[in-house]
Design a protein around this ligand. Structure first.
Ligand SMILES: NC(=O)c1ccc[n+]([C@@H]2O[C@H](COP(=O)([O-])OP(=O)(O)OC[C@H]3O[C@@H](n4cnc5c(N)ncnc54)[C@H](O)[C@@H]3O)[C@@H](O)[C@H]2O)c1
Length: 282
């Protein structure tokens, strides 16, 4: 089945980026969130990110207008009924995603592949909430989506080969590089990255060094483009905490316990760049 109309659920940091790249790739996009203000914010962000592409000579003003025209914001999930592919990028909570997958299973045609952009939650578990487990797959983009090349394509236990291939081919069409990964807590990227970020938070909490000093060590000593605490702020500290909890629950090893400073900051509403305050002020 050719994919022309794409549904994106969740218009936050990742959902707006995913809508952006699909619209730039020529797909019709239906972007769904729970409140109009989130949709408005997403369209404003996409507009300014497209402006950046225009300024860099990667797109024309006509390309920008055409991409924006291809994105239809909706509050009613039922409007995804005509989509040929749907990707979920809602909050990193199993109960939120499970409810969405159950509902999409009811709304979308039986042949439609349903993907999740989850950073860590089991694709196998999400698939089990539907009557089409063979059509459920992980399509894990990276932040910022228009810039980052990698897409982890995650096979759940029941993911059919044709589903995996459809999403791998879709990633290539979006000019991304797909990498095949099996379903496990945090997959590869966050299994390895998130404990690093969490350990950097422990170093700050224990007074080993300031956030700025920890970040300098990684930028200058390891040639990382940004330090772990800046990266955590960009990812969103709530998302980091959710992922650490999935690693802790799923792998059971105490080494995955979330840093108490991270928990405290999330409790305070310091979520990083998106809330204006995290390890740094924005
Ligand atoms: N932030 C990152 O760097 C990053 C990277 C890769 C993957 N992810 C994953 O992408 C997903 C989204 O993360 P994010 O950073 O964009 O989060 P975010 O908090 O910026 O955005 C989440 C959006 O989902 C919406 N939402 C919540 N429940 C919904 C529902 N039932 N229906 C429709 N929309 C709903 C929220 O209103 C919000 O706009 C998560 O699974 C996360 O783990 C995040």
């Amino acid at each position: 089945m050719p994919i022309e109309r794409v549904g994106v659920i969740g218009a936050g940091t990742m959902g707006n980026g995913i809508a952006h790249v699909f619209a730039r790739g020529g797909y019709q996009v239906t972007l769904c969130d729970v409140e109009q203000r989130f949709l408005d914010r997403a369209l404003a962000t996409i507009g300014s990110n497209l402006d950046r592409e225009v300024a860099k000579g990667k797109a024309t003003t006509e390309d920008k207008a055409a991409a924006l025209k291809r994105i239809v914001p909706v509050l009613d999930r039922a409007q995804l009924a005509n989509c040929d592919f749907v990707i979920e990028a809602a909050s990193e909570k199993l109960e939120v995603k499970a409810e969405i997958f159950r509902d999409l299973d009811r709304i979308c045609r039986t042949e439609v592949v349903l993907a999740s952009n989850t950073s860590s939650i089991s694709i196998t578990k999400l698939a089990s909430t539907t009557k089409r487990p063979g059509k459920i797959v992980g399509m894990h983009f990276f932040n910022p989506v228009p810039v980052m090349r990698l897409v982890e394509v995650i096979r759940g236990l029941a993911t059919a080969q044709e589903t995996f291939e459809a999403v791998r081919d879709l990633a290539v069409k979006l000019d991304k590089t797909p990498v095949e990964v099996n379903d496990a807590p945090g997959f590869v990227s966050n299994r390895v990255l998130m404990p690093l970020l969490n350990e950097a938070m422990y170093a700050v909490m224990e007074g080993v060094a300031t956030a700025g000093a920890v970040d300098e060590v990684f930028k200058l000593g390891m040639a990382h483009p940004m330090g772990p605490l800046t990266l955590a702020d960009f990812i969103g500290l709530d998302v980091c905490l959710d992922i650490m909890r999935v690693l802790q629950d799923g792998l059971g090893d105490p080494k995955y316990r979330p840093c108490p400073l991270l928990i405290k900051m999330v409790d305070a509403g310091w979520l990083g760049k998106k809330s204006g305050r995290g390890f740094y002020k924005y």
